[in-house]
Design a protein around this ligand. Structure first.
Ligand code: URA
Length: 230
């Protein structure tokens, strides 16, 4: 059971203060009857708001096809962000919807979003070693021996003390490759190639664990069951 005003504000409908007016205006029904008090305890399954059941009362887990040019930070000073793609009500939720790990502004592809913070911690923890696949195009031909170097688990990036975990590099063409990472150091793919004199020109994440984008259009998302990761 949850307080009605808390339910409305946590799901992004209105502030707790405004919830009183929503109740007074008869916009909220509990078991088919107009709610009496914005402080009453309710089971979300018994509630209708403007005639509709509450919007994802148990949480959200989304698979987004991130376009280029958007950041994963909530800080507006860093520029337009991926959350601007979501409906306004989802952007007003508390806990906030946030990305599970980050893709940088100039990287496109598969990004998970959720309001479930334990899931964020679990899936971004290096302990869990979720494989993520990136497709990169480079400004010059791939140097010889890169597959072996990346697989060795000995590459230490500038400013780091720990080497990168072993990664699988699959060469797709002279200037195109797929890299499978199980960790997420800052700008890791770009920095790994840069350490070998290659600049990443385009970067796209195709897989996160067993999830792929399939035919999901850039800038759109699909919902995943909250229990998807168990
Ligand atoms: N590595 C990068 O360099 N950028 C990303 O967005 C993700 C991994």
């Amino acid at each position: 059971m949850r307080r009605l005003d808390q339910l409305l504000s946590n799901l992004g409908y209105c502030s707790r203060r405004e919830a009183r007016a929503w109740v007074d205006d008869g916009r909220v029904l509990v078991n088919g009857e107009p709610a009496k008090d914005s402080g009453q305890k309710v089971n979300p399954a018994d509630v209708l708001i403007d005639g509709e059941p509450p919007d994802h009362p148990d949480g959200l887990l989304l698979l987004l096809h991130k376009p280029l040019g958007l950041v994963c930070s909530h800080d507006e000073r860093e520029g337009p962000n991926v959350y601007s793609l979501l409906p306004p009500r989802w952007r007003a939720r508390n806990p906030v919807v946030t990305s599970i790990g980050r893709l940088d502004k100039d990287t496109s592809g598969l990004l998970l979003l959720t309001d479930q913070s334990p899931l964020v911690h679990r899936l971004t923890s290096p302990k869990h070693k979720v494989p993520k696949i990136y497709r990169a195009t480079l400004n010059r031909d791939l140097p010889a021996g890169l597959t072996e170097l990346f697989a060795a688990g000995t590459l230490v990036l500038a400013g780091e003390t720990e080497p990168c975990a072993p990664t699988t590099l699959t060469v797709l063409g002279p200037r195109e490759a797929e890299l499978t990472l199980t960790e997420g150091k800052y700008h890791q793919v770009r920095r790994m190639f840069a350490s070998q004199g290659c600049e990443v020109v385009t970067l796209h994440r195709t897989c996160f664990g067993d999830l792929t984008l399939d035919s999901l259009a850039s800038g759109t998302w699909r919902e995943l069951p909250l229990g998807y990761f168990g």
